[in-house]
Design a protein around this ligand. Structure first.
Ligand SMILES: *[C@@H]1O[C@H](CO)[C@@H](O)[C@H](O)[C@H]1NC(C)=O
Ligand SMILES: *[C@@H]1O[C@H](CO)[C@@H](O)[C@H](O)[C@H]1NC(C)=O
Ligand SMILES: *[C@@H]1O[C@H](CO)[C@@H](O)[C@H](O)[C@H]1NC(C)=O
Length: 469
């Protein structure tokens, strides 16, 4: 059965697209008060709410190959409506789709037998909690806002003439006929063979067509090479992109994706001669401030590194060694984290933990939050507190740290501990229960905020430096 997330469905789309192609030939948060007492964050409750003013970080300006990172939502957004925020229920729903597609991709990849098309599966993508950067494409260069994604490989943008249909985007769509550097790739090219291994690929008169299915959407079009401009001095000719003429997905004005994954067609690999497979980003504490996505250069001295595990080849896997709450290390056996493994992801919003770990975290947290009123969550996130009577008081929230293999401690910013789901009436712990200890855990983007997260892919390590933006 062709369900909207099955490879068969995508194959069908690719055929419909081919048909169209042939028939067309005729015509053609304000940052919180981070004063800490011991092992607690003392914050004003109001600081947990989103702010309406964009406060630009200047750290981006100090680096050679940096792009400004903005949340898809909030006052700094360049593509979406600055006043629109997704509801918590939407965040949870999109997160669940993404987590499901990460699991599906891993379980498919680990299967050694089966038909070729069966292995080609969904790649995660999400509308909510995503972060965008602007890069230049084509000659003359035009700028496009793309969501950057450590969980996917191909960089693609919607392309005119959008034969199979495009979703609305803010920038004018990329038109290959207006660029002198655009070239279709042939079916015999290496990138085409490489896309055939991880996605769906077909040929049309020797030209390579690709199809990639996401957790909530798809892109189908031509595999091509084009000039990619990261900064005026960082220009990459013959960069492999997807020129998507049939696209759908939960986008909110962005033009496509920037793939920061691990395959040979992902950006780190394609730009390795200049950037040495090194990139880093800092996600801002709130959607009202900006961060950066930087390539190459020197690694910050403040970064502490943990190895990328060999458990997954599609995603950046890390080994979690423990969790502490309010300075208290939770008694969780290390095997709990080892069973399913953990992936660090730029596109999943919340952090998903094995049940055993989540239960320990949730009980310790509730114990330390006893003086606040528990409220039943409406979004599926638990536990939640009603802070509405504390709008003008400082609130004391236990610090949470995640420890990674190699003695790396990530002291989570308060914006990654509590998520205001419904004003101050419902503010919830931003972690979720995997329900099954065998499922993969995900270190989500809320919990990565304010750190510079360094992907030193060449050395096989991910590092964390505090105060990154
Ligand atoms: C932060 O909190 C401390 C203690 O609650 C308070 O004295 C200080 O004025 C606050 N600072 C800001 C910038 O709100
Ligand atoms: C790329 O291939 C498509 C389909 O065959 C064709 O319409 C288009 O003109 C080609 N573009 C270039 C620059 O060759
Ligand atoms: C929360 O839900 C539980 C179970 O549905 C119910 O027994 C309890 O009364 C609810 N509490 C509040 C504060 O609504």
């Amino acid at each position: 059965m062709a369900t909207p997330t099955s490879p068969a469905f995508l194959l069908l789309l690719l055929h419909v697209f081919l048909f169209l192609l042939c028939s067309s030939k005729k015509g053609h948060t304000v940052s919180a008060n981070r004063t800490t007492k011991n092992h607690f964050h003392n914050v004003h409750a109001n600081s947990l709410l989103p702010s309406s003013v964009c406060d630009q970080s200047n750290k981006v300006l100090n680096r050679a190959s940096s792009l400004k990172v903005v949340s898809k939502y909030g006052p700094c957004s360049v593509t979406g409506d600055p006043k629109t925020f997704p509801s918590a229920a939407e965040i949870v729903l999109q997160d669940e789709l993404r987590v499901k597609s990460i699991r599906t991709r891993l379980s498919m990849a680990s299967r050694t037998t089966g038909a070729l098309d069966e292995k080609k599966t969904t790649i995660p993508s999400t509308r909510y909690g995503g972060y965008t950067v602007a890069v230049g494409l084509g000659t003359p260069k035009k700028d496009f806002s793309l969501i950057f994604d450590t969980g996917s490989d191909l960089t693609w943008t919607q392309c005119e003439p959008c034969l199979g249909g495009c979703f609305p985007q803010k920038d004018e769509k990329f038109d290959p006929t207006k660029s002198t550097s655009y070239k279709n790739l042939s079916c015999l090219s290496e990138p085409c063979k490489s896309i055939a291994k991880e996605s769906i690929q077909r040929c049309s008169s020797g030209t390579c067509l690709y199809g990639v299915q996401y957790g909530s959407g798809y892109t189908v079009g031509f595999l091509a090479t084009e000039t990619l401009t990261i900064t005026p001095s960082d220009v990459f000719e013959n960069f492999v992109i997807g020129c998507g003429e049939k696209n759908d997905g939960k986008f909110s004005g962005e033009a496509g994706l920037l793939g920061l994954g691990r395959s040979s067609i992902a950006l780190p690999s394609q730009t390795s001669s200049k950037y040495k497979n090194l990139f880093s980003y800092c996600l801002p504490a709130s959607s009202s401030s900006t961060g950066h996505l930087s390539f190459g250069g020197e690694v910050s001295n403040a970064a502490k590194f943990t190895p990328i595990t060999t458990k997954f080849k599609e995603f950046y896997g890390l080994d979690v060694a423990g969790i502490s709450v309010g300075g208290r290390k939770l008694a969780i056996d290390a095997s709990v984290f080892r069973t399913g493994g953990t992936v660090i992801d730029s596109g999943t919003t919340l952090t998903y933990l094995p049940s055993t770990a989540y239960s320990a975290l949730s009980s310790a947290f509730q114990e330390m939050m006893k003086k606040y009123t528990l409220t039943n969550g409406t979004s599926g996130i638990q536990p939640c507190y009603d802070f509405s009577k504390h709008a003008n008081d400082p609130i004391t929230i236990p610090k949470i740290s995640i420890f990674f293999e190699g003695g790396v401690e990530v002291d989570i910013d308060v914006s990654g501990i509590m998520l205001a789901v419904n004003g101050l009436e419902e503010v919830c712990l931003a972690f979720r229960d995997n329900r099954n200890d065998k499922d993969i855990a995900i270190f989500g983007n809320l919990q990565q905020k304010t750190y510079e997260v360094v992907y030193d892919v060449a050395k096989g390590m991910v590092g964390f430096a505090p105060g990154g933006c």
